[in-house]
Write a protein that binds this ligand. Structure first.
Ligand code: SAM
Length: 281
């Protein structure tokens, strides 16, 4: 069942944490000349119209990118991120998805492998990536991203940044993330794997970070950003997280200085807070 459409959520607080972390990781990868692969297991449509009916329905971007764009005196990494977003978006009313951001940050010799199952979003992704002139650097598959990732490992370049960003509308996503990563690490231990997950009151969401830590106890980074107090009825997403296996060594320091500011900018009530936990060998 594919009911999730990212167009309703594009540019929200979760996209800010996810895309900021992705930006920092790819900028780090770009410090070395050696080419790498970017693999996006759950790509979405690539580019979103914030003026369109889906984004306007709840207007989640108003609590996300709109706030970040208005913020003053940002720390250097956040200022670099917002500056980069402005330079890569063709119009002010558009917001990028992870594939659009990644195609803009990667270099001529880097390769992109993008997966998206939803037929309509796959079509949008193809059109948007054509617009971005992705060309022969990229391959887009309308297939399962978990299986697609495993089939690509290890990548010929022996350097890869992977984003795993499922909708978690189905319970199985929690287990599939863990099983896929277990398999991926067997095939390509040194890959940098970024997993996005929602912070919800339900048990599988609360347990996921502990499961992920067991996969790479000595080499992980967990950045959670809670925008509000969990609701008393237990419903809704009060925050989200990026969990990175084999994080670039600068990432912890960069997030230490920028996460408190990002949390203040995105806070919806007094319960806003962040968690930054890491082990880096
Ligand atoms: N990564 C995107 C971004 O940051 O802009 C957003 C992705 S959205 C949260 C999740 C996407 O995964 C949806 O577009 C959905 O159709 C797609 N999807 C769901 N299950 C999938 C699967 N097994 N393989 C590939 N794509 C899937």
């Amino acid at each position: 069942m594919l009911s999730y459409r990212h167009a309703f959520h594009a540019g929200n607080h979760a996209d800010m944490l996810k895309h900021f972390t992705l930006f920092l990781v790819l900028e780090y990868f770009n410090r070395k000349d050696k080419p790498y692969w970017y693999i996006d297991t759950h790509s979405g449509a690539g580019l979103y119209d914030l003026g369109g009916s889906e984004a306007q329905k709840v207007g989640e971007y108003r609590q996300g990118i709109a706030r970040l764009n208005q913020a003053q005196n940002l720390p250097p990494e956040l200022a670099a991120f917002t500056g980069r977003l402005k330079s890569i978006l063709p119009q002010e009313n558009l917001y990028c998805g992870s594939p659009w951001l990644a195609q803009a940050l990667t270099r001529e010799n880097d390769k992109l492998r993008l997966f998206e199952l939803h037929p309509a979003d796959f079509q949008h992704l193809q059109n948007n990536m054509r617009e971005a002139r992705l060309g022969r650097r990229g391959i887009i598959g309308q297939s399962d991203g978990y299986q697609g990732l495993i089939a690509l490992l290890p990548p010929p370049a022996r350097r890869a940044a992977v984003l795993i960003d499922p909708p978690y509308e189905e319970k199985q996503d929690y287990q599939r993330v863990v099983h896929t990563l277990k398999d991926a690490l067997k095939r390509f231990e040194q890959g940098c794997y970024m997993v996005w997950y929602p912070c919800l009151s339900r048990e599988d969401s609360r347990k996921l970070p502990e499961e992920l830590k067991k996969l790479a106890p000595d080499n992980f980074l967990q950045a959670e950003l809670h925008v509000r107090t969990p609701s008393s009825d237990g419903f809704g997403m009060h925050g989200s997280s990026m969990f990175v296996i084999n994080p670039p060594y600068l990432l912890a320091e960069q997030l230490k200085s920028s996460l408190p500011v990002l949390t203040d900018i995105l806070a919806q009530d007094q319960g806003a807070r962040f968690v930054l936990d890491y082990q880096i060998q």
